[in-house]
Write a protein that binds this ligand. Sequence first.
Ligand SMILES: Cc1cc2nc3c(=O)[nH]c(=O)nc-3n(C[C@H](O)[C@H](O)[C@H](O)COP(=O)(O)OP(=O)(O)OC[C@H]3O[C@@H](n4cnc5c(N)ncnc54)[C@H](O)[C@@H]3O)c2cc1C
Length: 552
Amino acid sequence: MDETRESLEFDVLFVGGGPANLAGAIHLMNMAQKAGREIEVCLIEKAESIGSHSLSGAILDPVALQELMPDYLEKGCPIEQPKCSDEFYYLTSTGKFRLPYTPAYMHNSGCHIISLSKYCVWLGEMAEELGVNVFPGFAGTEVLYEPDSNRVIGVRTGDKGIDKDGNKRPNFEPGVDLMAKITVFGEGPQGSLLREIGKKLGIFEDKMPQVFETAIKEVIEIPESSPFNASATTVVHSFGYPLGFDTKGGGFLYKMKNNRVSVGFVVGLEYEDPLFEPYQAFLSFKKHLLIADIIQGGKVLQQGAKTLAAGGLYTMPQLAVDGALFVGDSASMLNVQRLKGIHTGMKSGMLAAETVLTAIEKDDFSAGTLKAYPQKIENSWIHAELKAARNFGQALSQKGFSKFITLGAQYLSGGRGFTDPLPIVDDGSTLHKLTAPPAEIKGEDVDNTLYLDKLTGVYLSGTKHEEDQPCHLVIPDRNLCVNECYETYRMPCTRFCPGQVYEMEQDPDGARRLKLNPSNCLHCKTCEIKDPYKNILWTCPEGGGGPKYSIV
Ligand SMILES: Cc1cc2nc3c(=O)[nH]c(=O)nc-3n(C[C@H](O)[C@H](O)[C@H](O)COP(=O)(O)OP(=O)(O)OC[C@H]3O[C@@H](n4cnc5c(N)ncnc54)[C@H](O)[C@@H]3O)c2cc1C
């Protein structure tokens, strides 16, 4: 160990400051207080502040929040719209057809519209008031294990002040070893530590592959005079254009306070066309008359992108190992049928907290004691929800009209359908090879007020990183990118990344080079997931870097 590295000891360490871990930390402190037990709890978050990396729709099903804090309204929960009234559309390029019937799982009565970043700030303040040591700006970069054992004993945070070439800058600060009896990992989708735990402890073995959707979203200020402000509609969902039937995904528009709307577009990352660009699909969706009519005259206030863990029940990893538990999107708790993971994430954090308290009382942090957590999940409403949705994503991935027959069969049979389980295919394996040089594709026109190019979007995400640091995107073979990947897929990274991190440069003599702009990285992790060669490894950059979301 580095002589100068500090080591801090806690009873419990939460890695990641999203709704899952924040709810877990709050529940744990509440229960410990009731039991008259003093425990030392720490929560780290890689963003500069809690909420800065939190991006979501978001329609909040308050079921877990009600359990955590029945008086959440009195406690000032930041709600954008208290009620949801749904409209669901099928879109063609020039038309919109409102569905006469909205499936039950798409109903949002009883839910609230929130900004996830504001919501996490609020939860974070509450956790701190209860005595949790909340450390934003600290990225967990290495899992610590007991020597010669597989028992997790904490997490090392990343060094700060290392330059591009790996040398110490004058402001060098070594990372800290945060030691804990139990570590709860809530890193969100495609957790970088969870990936390493998976390699060492095999928690993803015998599960279907983890699959994801990627989403780009904005908060747009619309004119005060917009008729939408006065309408009763608060929630609009759509499918169809610009994706058609065969690519999974859809759009949403949610009404917020103060003449604002939240607009987003979600694409299943098992799409097959290497020339497809999720960001362009988002622009096309915004330009469709359904959305364009509502947002016209408006301006984008904030933009961002993130992935959702869309695999559900059959991709859920082993949830407990010696010394550690896994919660939220990291553990595939999102209900893709409802496009909701905040409530399931929070509940999983709370069930983890209950398990942690029992383990502390028994002074036993082995997998044997911690396996109570997966049992609690299995007996909870999380499992019931995810079971009903267990084949939903797979059905949506089917081609043509057959998907609607499969969906109908699942709807009538509580999620079973004709085949159970329906197989899931790794997102990185689905791109079709190009058989001929592609024609030039013209992107949507932008005005950089309402319709933004990628770089203006990155600017409006507030994304900043220390420039002089080692590249956090590890690409072992750059020749592969500019040769085989270019020839076969035309370097899809230059299109699937919403932050324009990946570019291809060509010399006058025709030599191609990969140019990376890691400072633009929105931390969505689409690149690691969708790269067909698994040649991109996303690691945490220096703590505190990345987006600065505040209203998305
Ligand atoms: C566009 C979009 C729309 C959505 N709409 C809805 C919706 O309407 N309703 C709904 O319920 N859900 C929705 N979701 C899903 C919902 O946002 C997630 O399910 C939920 O946020 C998961 O919570 P989490 O705490 O597990 O993970 P996250 O919210 O992803 O939080 C994880 C946190 O951990 C931090 N972190 C990661 N790795 C590290 C590390 N190594 N060290 C330190 N910190 C780390 C991250 O910065 C992040 O802040 C949507 C998601 C997206 C992207």
